[in-house]
Design a protein around this ligand. Sequence first.
Ligand code: GLA
Length: 725
Amino acid sequence: MKICIIALLTILNLPSVTPQIIPVETDNTQLVLHVDSKGIVRTFHYGEKSDYPSQYLNFNTGRGSDYGDGPMTYPTVGGGFNGQAALHVKYADGNQNTELYYVSHDVASGDGVVTTTLHLKDHLTKLEVDLIYEAHQREDVMLMHSVIKNKGRKPLRLRSFASASLNLDSDRYLLTHTYGGWATEMQMDQTLLTHDVKVLESRRGTQATQAGNPSFMLSLDGTYSETSGPVVAGALAWSGNYRISFERDQSERLNVVSGINPFASEYPLKAGDTFTTPEMIYTFSSEGAGRASRNIHRWARKMGVWNGGEINPTLLNHWEGAYWNFTTETLLRMIDDAAEMGLEMFVLDDGWFAQDHPRNDEKAGLGDWEVNRNKLPEGVDYVASYAHSKGLKFGIWIEPEMVNPDSNLAKEHPEWVVQSPGREIYQQRCQWLLDLTNPKVQDFVFDVFDRTVSLSPNIDYVKWDSNRRVMSFGSPYLGEEQDRFYVEYVQGLYKVLDRIREKYPHIIVQCCSSGGNRVDYGSLRYFNEFWTSDNTDAISRIRIQWGTSLLYPACAMGSHVSAVPNHQTNNVTPLKFRFDLASSGRLGMELQPKNLTEEERSQSKRYISAYKQFRDLVFTGDLYRLASPYEGDFYALMYVSQDKRRAVVFNYCLDFQNHSIGGHVFRLQGLDPSLKYKVTELNVDKSCWWGNGDTFSGDFLSTGGFNPIFREANSSAIFLLESNE
Ligand code: GLA
């Protein structure tokens, strides 16, 4: 047999390879890669760590499947594989076969991360692919991506170019992912995967995450549980079109191929060129979805979010309080009110700019980033300095990737607009998209940020908005190379953001995109937080924030208290309920404070002050989801400090409760069973829990006794748990 293989390798001009196992490991998880004697790299396991990774090879013996001797780690179109491939290359002669073989691998480590790089090669075409695995030891997170190098003499085209392919082995796969639209982001969808292929994708270009999100959870025992069972969670760090396919074959294996969506993007690679794919972030949990979320959140706080885990200030955003209709006086009085209520920042939203085509509604002004002197005769610095004089930080809104047809910019640079020659350029929110593949546009967008923050030395925060998707797709700059558009738009955006972060590392930048359109780890590398949704109704926000919490950390989740009836939904909810919900993320207010009654103002003051007592837990604690809004009348969650000595519990009652029954039991999680915690309900005169103010063991609170009584829909409670031991 051995002689046969050597003879075959000689005919094919392939070097013979010593078979070996390459384990990629974190503290508790393991990916088992195997190189066979032909040099084919296969994935045999991703999950719990075993001391005997080689057992996974034996386990595989004799199992027939589409994968021959086992699932290839980075399957390509060509050779014997017919499934969803990670890589599909079209060479200059039209041939589309690629077969990758192991050449070598290296391992480097530092700062709690072990990086394993596998070097693979197609010996015939000289195409090289590096597979890179970053294993974050303590977080149990693995980042996977590929680097594709055209080492041949002729150009080629990449027809698909995934970041990673991950093969899993189970018999029931429950896929949890999100879907939505404007104001209804991050709604949960679940499906048991049948045989064949299920695809999550976006083709919207810039607004990638409102209709879906490039992330998911897979329960490998077919049941969603927060606390038990094997779960693989994944998220792609890319802010444009994505594609994640789940292919279940007849052997029950599941192959997950994830990366940039190759839709309309047959990407050209000249001889000598390299293409780097975005990172796919994976974690495995043997303790249900809750642990998977916590792993990813920990990684995100450490390196997935710009300055993740640092406390961002509470704020008043002027948007829902005044929209486009304000003067300097309006803003100054809002600042007074924000300071008086104990908020820490004021954000001037849309409407401050454009002189010739004033931004008084959505129809004009985008692109003309000079201060509108009719509205703000004293300028932005005057307002920002006033905020600082009141002890508040100051933030400002921009939407630099966009242009209104009614603007000077659209007239000066029609060639900067994304468009298809000879066709109507579709508008969305009366605006067009600028072509970020063009380096001149990249300079312009950088300059908008640069000039805006130079309006005043007192600008601490920028809200970066992006209110439309790609339509009339086409780049005047790219000419005949339109295949590069979708990829290079996002790369162009990242180039701008790289420059911004190099120059302005300390400015807090919020990623807003009609609300939650850019909630992805490609963006969050550059942004301190995201605007979760334009929907500020606490009732809607419960599901939106629950879905967001699956893969994204609370430290980055902007959550505001707004007026009633709510401007998006018309719902009316108590002020306390609105505060209690917004306090489970980065708290802000977004209303006209002068419309609050005296009582509401003093309540707001109290709630804001309480938030400051526990917000370190929201920003740095571990999340435990206690009750899902998809399963009953309650939503409950808690954050626990890393040393387990403090925790904050949020309870929300979504529907009327029958008075004859007692309180709903929430079993707390993440506490130290042996510690004693004093439980204090915040923001109330009369507590809804009989044990308020008393001290209980972590064991008691986790196994039985926590049962606050709620009677009404939209009632809520926040409990602070502190251990002095
Ligand atoms: C978008 C944002 C809002 C607000 C408006 C301003 O809709 O999501 O928060 O900034 O734009 O026009």
